[in-house]
Design a protein around this ligand. Structure first.
Ligand SMILES: *Cc1c(COP(=O)(O)O)cnc(C)c1O
Length: 368
């Protein structure tokens, strides 16, 4: 059997009639930028996240930039994020003109370690961008407590956490603002690029709306220096067609994750840990093993595709070497980069494929 890492073609095929109807509605409307489809998607996304406002933008990276800029963060400011995130988080921060400062990850939860935050703080720190990596919320209670004490903002990177929860609250409602990506592979994905900012603060929402559209406050009266980062009406319509399925898809992800975790128990390969009181939505199912190459090779031999998210911590990337902090360590992030492996997990996997991956992973782990 061959189990590919992704199955977006299957998801599109299953929803083809709904997606075709969305496309036809937009095509026939004559309205291809802004308009009712976008407004409805924004309202539906805000309701889903449990916040008052959502503002569609062109990508997840732009959502991070827009959220930070809407909160007044820019040149001269420092923004802390996790050293084990994917690079777009840092791209989004740097696009505001602010400086990204990396802090270390919690080696079990894989998210920003609040106990290590103080090392990265300086008098110029204006915001923290915790990344809800792989589908699990960061320790927002502790991060929020520290941020409140210092009077700085917390902006969630929710690109991998659509529908994740801490207690009863959803990702996207846990900070001053949040950034979502709808890149096709995400738990909720467009058929192209798309993103959104969510917030409860009407002023932040209003500034985000201005910033995504050249700061135009109405008919060529520019009140902010913004840029062009709009969410296409067509992508908004396609996302509206998909949003009602997100909960069921996330439940299926959790079911598959539970099956893999049972199979790997005591095998020597460490399954991911779900923090108590939270709902992990397994954007990625990431295990840890010191013998990554052998484990991946054994899985490849039985046709199971794996991947590594991410093979280098941000400061280990050639383009970001200058973000390596002098005088402090980011060892947990570096060790994670050297030992993580992602198994295929998406809602369109069949039970047979899930069983095959679970047994294949168990066998590969025991062969170590
Ligand atoms: C995908 C992703 C982004 C960037 O989203 P784009 O839509 O590709 O710009 C940012 N942060 C994280 C954690 C991501 O996974």
């Amino acid at each position: 059997m061959r189990v590919p890492f992704l199955g977006l073609d299957r998801q599109t095929a299953a929803l083809r009639a709904d997606l075709d109807a969305a496309w036809a509605r937009v095509a026939g409307s004559g309205r291809y930028v802004f308009g009712e489809e976008l407004e409805r998607f924004e309202a539906e996304l805000a309701a889903y996240c449990g916040v008052r406002h959502a503002v569609g933008v062109a990508s997840g990276t732009d959502a991070i930039t827009t959220a930070l800029a809407a909160l007044g963060i820019g040149p001269g400011d420092e923004v802390i994020t996790a050293a084990n995130t994917c690079v777009p988080t840092v791209v989004g921060i740097e696009a505001t003109g602010a400086t990204a400062v990396l802090a270390d990850a919690d080696p079990r939860r894989f998210t920003l370690d609040p106990a290590r935050l103080h090392e990265a703080l300086s008098p110029r720190t204006k915001a923290i961008v915790p990344v809800h990596l792989y589908g699990q919320c960061s320790d927002m209670a502790e991060i929020g407590r520290i941020a409140t004490e210092l009077g700085i903002a917390v902006i969630e990177d929710c690109a991998q956490a659509h529908g994740a929860r801490l207690g009863e609250r959803r990702a996207g409602s846990l900070g001053a603002a949040a950034a979502f990506s709808f890149y096709p592979t995400k738990n909720l994905g467009a058929l192209g690029d798309a993103g959104a900012v969510t917030t409860d603060d009407p002023e932040v929402a209003e500034r985000a709306r201005l910033l995504r559209n050249y700061g135009d406050g109405g008919r060529f009266h520019h009140v902010l220096r913004g840029r062009n980062s709009r969410l296409d009406t067509l992508q908004a319509a396609l996302l509206r067609a998909k949003l009602p399925f997100l909960e069921a898809w996330n439940e299926r992800r959790r079911e598959i994750a539970a099956r893999y975790t049972r199979a790997l128990a005591g095998s020597g390969v460490e399954p991911p840990v779900e923090a108590s009181g939270g709902r992990h939505v397994y954007h990625l199912y990431v295990v840890r093993t010191e013998r990554r190459d052998a484990f991946r090779a054994a899985l490849a031999q039985c046709g199971i595709e794996t991947d590594v998210h991410y093979p280098l911590a941000v400061h280990e990337q050639p383009a970001y070497a200058q973000l390596a902090p002098g005088g402090r360590e980011l060892h947990s992030s570096e060790r994670l980069a050297a030992s993580v492996v992602s198994l295929p997990l998406h809602p369109q996997l069949t039970d047979e494929e899930v069983g095959y991956v679970a047994e294949g992973a168990r066998a590969a782990a025991e062969r170590h």
